[in-house]
Design a protein around this ligand. Structure first.
Ligand SMILES: Nc1ncnc2c1ncn2[C@@H]1O[C@H](COP(=O)(O)OP(=O)(O)OP(=O)(O)O)[C@@H](O)[C@H]1O
Ligand SMILES: [Mg+2]
Length: 224
């Protein structure tokens, strides 16, 4: 079974700020995991360590059975590209590219995709999957926040990752778009991907298979 296994992660920034204290959790394929917590509790830090964007001070991250601590920087980047898709609060779309071109970007650096025609076809399929076909040719500034986040989700799916990690994906959206985005992430988990969302938005709880609560860098099962 595919999984990300995080064990006893501690992150100390600048030898002063302990952002994570012995945090352990598992993201299994087909599951929707939520980490709730107040601002500054360590949610983004956990997501970055789990997604190999930054290294912990102590502890291990095991992705599909492989302990990543022995991997070199470029091996980490390869593993991240193939196994993890990210979604952020601020969408981070390239304003000079059309919606489907933004989705093409991660595939252009993936040697598994050979021709530009294949990449464009797949990008348009992913745009279709998030319900944006009529907007495929639009630029980000011609899209609503909810639509931009759908493009960002399609982009996160570009290299067919096993896992999707989302950091406050609805932080800039109204409640209708919030439900729609959570719904898309839920469908992705039901289709077999392991999904982790960190958020302080309570309405996500209804979608979760498992909810963790973070307080001052400590992860627990109960709201504190
Ligand atoms: N790069 C960094 N350097 C130093 N300290 C950091 C860094 N990133 C985060 N921190 C500190 O680590 C702690 C946890 O921050 P983190 O961003 O993980 O919280 P969060 O739960 O995501 O908060 P928010 O809900 O506001 O996004 C905070 O005290 C923060 O100031
Ligand atoms: Mg954060």
């Amino acid at each position: 079974m595919k999984s990300i296994c995080v064990k006893d992660l501690t992150k100390i920034y600048n030898e002063r700020v302990t952002a994570l204290k012995n945090v352990s959790l598992e993201i299994d394929e087909g599951k929707f995991i939520v980490v709730m917590g107040h601002s500054g509790s360590g949610k983004s830090t956990l997501l970055q360590m789990t997604g190999l964007l930054d290294a912990p001070t102590r502890g291990s991250v095991i992705i599909n059975g492989e302990d990543v601590s022995s991997l070199k920087k470029n091996q980490l980047a390869q593993l991240r590209m193939k196994t993890i898709g990210f979604v952020f609060q601020a969408f981070h779309l390239n304003p000079q590219l059309r919606a489907y071109e933004n989705v093409m970007l991660p595939m252009l650096i993936n040697p598994e995709y050979k021709t530009k025609g294949d990449i464009e076809k797949r990008a348009k399929e992913l745009i279709d999957k998030v319900g944006l076909t009529p907007r495929a040719d639009h630029y980000p500034n011609e899209l609503s926040g909810g639509e931009q986040q759908r493009v960002a989700i399609a982009r996160a799916l570009a290299n067919d990752p096993d896992f999707i990690l989302a950091d406050e994906p609805t932080g800039n959206l109204d409640s209708d778009n919030e439900e729609a985005i959570f719904g898309i992430l839920k469908e992705l988990s039901e289709s077999g991907k392991g999904v982790m969302v960190v958020s302080h938005n309570e309405s996500i709880i209804d979608f979760a298979d498992k909810v963790y609560y973070m307080k001052d860098g400590v992860l627990g099962d109960e709201k504190q």
